[in-house]
Design a protein around this ligand. Structure first.
Ligand code: ADP
Ligand code: MG
Length: 633
């Protein structure tokens, strides 16, 4: 007895969906209800992928196509039975592939993604759209789905039938299948019978799947339509001249490629002739995929060679920092048997890659203001990686950067460096920036006081990657980046009564006294030129790590050499005057420590000994209270 007949005698085997699939099914059925028609796009998209894969495998093994070489997709509807079936003669699936592909979600990060779902239909619909729901969307309209599949190259007896009501389990059993490929049959829910209507289905195919490069045939079994007929244009969209493709067609093609629900922000479709001939169609999405920050997530373009699909996620065509770009490259002269390894070694690929990179940077540059702000809010931090990764395009990338600044305190409309430079006063040869852990900390920072007074704009950098951004840039448009929380800050002259040196001299003994009291906690104590309203602030020496970078490194578990900040005091501040008038040493010490504590807190540091601070502060508050009480008497 062969294994096959043994299995047949066993009958159907029942298996459970992976937990994530169960959750996804539940969420999807509820949140995508108003978008239910997309199931057809998803099934046709899978059928087209399957045909693509077979065409690719047949390059090496032509036998796989056997006596059925015309690849295509067929939709059959049956109103009486209440079914719609999507059939392809593509690659097909073995038993194990069915279990794996239609019973689990292999993508890493799925569990965390599902946790982000809120139950709020609208919000979840857009999240789920970014995830890409694929095959499982069939259960939005069907209460039972059957998948019959026979892998290319295996016998009719080795077919498999998968079946489920989408409630948590599926069955799998051997099936005798005449034809190669996959047939997905949806038993429509009682109130979804509209999807067994020829007119409705035809309009959906035209709307969502016209660009599919294989013919999609519609057959109305037992209906009024006598003859099956092809209902899409069946030419690969990117092979058509730009002028013949409508915006809607470009948008639908994007959704097919990306599984995104939202329209793309922009696209660029080009045919390049020359040493290497290729067509590219690149899209900038509006929403990031759920796994944008997962370094192992699939990325890159779909590669075709002379319209034959070669591979998904061909990451060699774009650098990592442009991983959000979706699209297609169709090369006329790469060999059909090209592999990832061969691509890596291909000397001409570098040229294609840099041309595509330039094209994307150009698309970004051309986005209008609103679209660009929307793009930046989602992908800005990814683009910043380009400064490190793509040295050749550093200047182009620098122009794409956006930062919050003191020009206005809104975080949502960040500014370009070009705008900053255009607003800078004549003679200002630096671009000033402040590092902070949050926007709120930044705008309240004492380090900005004098700069504000002088009307100098400061970039407010609050992303963890920002310190590296300014480090790599060094300068923009001939102006050096200058950290306003550094000891060596020198501001454009004007309005000061005395030089720093003169002031230091004048307050020498006070500074020395504070330094002695705080010797364990600070490197040195200096007169500040940058304060107006605050009594003190902390700054770091020019060659030290900034406190933000220090905290970040520490948080990631790295050993960072200890260092003490420099305390700067505002000698005009009443609190500092009070300090110099302090009669006894204990009080002087308490006040000095509090001044330092406050400077550290304002900068975003944690106090090493908060209990000490609280004790000193309480003592001080009691004194104030006692003073108030005695006044009342
Ligand atoms: P995706 O298409 O994004 O991978 P789907 O949920 O649509 O996700 O499909 C899951 C997997 O099931 C596919 O990657 C593919 O391997 C397999 N699959 C689905 N439909 C077919 C089909 N018609 N022919 C062959 N394989 C299919
Ligand atoms: Mg799919």
């Amino acid at each position: 007895m062969t294994q096959q007949t043994a299995a047949r005698e066993q009958g159907p085997e029942t298996l459970g969906f992976q937990t994530e699939v169960r959750q996804l099914l539940q969420l999807m059925i509820h949140s995508l209800y108003s978008n239910k028609e997309i199931f057809l796009r998803e099934l046709i998209s899978n059928a087209s992928d399957a045909a693509d894969k077979l065409r690719f495998e047949a390059l090496a093994s032509p036998d796989l196509l056997a006596d059925d070489p015309e690849l295509g997709i067929r939709i059959e509807i049956d109103k009486d039975a209440g079914t719609i079936a999507v059939t392809d003669n593509g690659i097909g699936m073995s038993r194990d592939e069915l279990v794996e592909n239609l019973g689990t979600i292999a993508r890493s990060g799925t569990a965390e993604f599902l946790e982000r779902m809120t139950g709020d239909e609208k919000q979840d619909a857009s999240l789920i759209g970014q995830f890409g729901v694929g095959f499982y969307s069939a259960f939005i309209v069907a209460d039972r789905v059957t998948v019959d599949s026979r892998r290319a190259g295996v016998d009719a007896a080795d077919g498999v039938r998968w079946s489920s009501d989408g409630q948590g389990e599926f069955t799998i059993e051997p099936a005798e299948l005449e034809a190669r490929g996959t047939r997905v049959t949806l038993h429509l829910k009682a109130d979804e019978k509209e999807f067994a209507d020829a007119f409705r289905v035809e309009s959906l195919v035209r709307k969502y799947s016209d660009h599919i490069s294989f013919p999609v045939t519609l057959a109305d079994t037992g209906g009024e339509e006598p003859e099956p007929r092809v209902v899409n244009s069946a030419t690969a969209l990117w092979t058509r001249p730009r002028g013949d493709v409508s915006d809607d067609e470009y948008r639908e093609f994007y959704k097919h490629l990306s599984h995104d629900f939202a329209d793309p922000l922009s696209w660029s479709h080009n045919r390049v002739e020359g040493k290497r001939e290729y067509t590219s169609l690149l899209y900038i999405p509006k929403n990031p995929p759920f796994d944008l920050w997962n370094r192992e997530a699939p990325r890159g373009l779909k590669l075709y060679v002379q319209r034959v699909f070669i591979m998904d996620d061909a990451e060699q065509f774009l650098p990592l920092y442009l991983r959000f770009v979706k699209g297609v490259v169709d090369s006329s002269d790469l060999p059909l048997n090209v592999s990832r390894e061969l691509l890596q070694q291909d000397p001409d690929l570098t040229a294609i890659r840099s041309a595509l990179t330039r094209r994307v940077l150009d698309m970004l540059k051309k986005l209008d203001d609103d679209d660009y702000q929307a793009f930046w809010a989602q992908f800005g931090n990814v683009v910043k990686e380009g400064l490190v990764e793509d040295h050749a395009n550093r200047e182009r990338i620098a122009k794409l950067l956006r930062f919050a600044t003191t020009e206005d305190s809104s975080e949502t409309q960040p500014h370009s460096l070009e705008d900053y430079v255009a607003r800078a006063a004549e003679g200002q040869d630096s671009i000033y920036y402040l590092l902070a852990d949050s926007h709120a900390t930044a705008i309240a920072s004492p380090h900005l006081e004098r700069l504000r007074d002088k009307g100098i704009e400061v970039l407010l950098l609050t992303d963890p990657i920002d310190p590296w951004v300014v480090d790599h840039l060094q300068e923009f448009d001939g102006k050096a980046f200058v950290d306003v929380a550094r000891d060596d800050l020198s501001l454009p002259e004007g309005g000061e009564e005395m030089t720093r040196e003169a002031r230091e001299e004048e307050h020498k003994s006070l500074l020395e006294k504070i330094r002695q009291v705080l010797a364990d906690r600070v490197e040195s104590v200096k007169v500040s030129q940058r304060l107006v309203d605050s009594p003190a602030c902390v700054v770091s020496a020019a060659d030290e790590l900034s406190p933000q970078v220090r905290r970040m490194l520490e948080a990631s578990g790295q050993q960072v050499p200890a260092s003490k900040p420099i305390l700067e005091v505002n000698v005009e501040h009443p609190l500092v005057s009070r300090l110099s008038a302090a009669a006894d040493d204990e009080r002087f010490s308490a006040l000095s420590n509090i001044v330092l504590d406050h400077a550290l807190l304002a900068e975003g540091s944690q106090l090493e000994n908060p209990a000490d601070y609280v004790r000193r502060m309480n003592a001080l508050l009691l004194e104030i209270d006692a003073a108030g009480d005695s006044k009342d008497e």
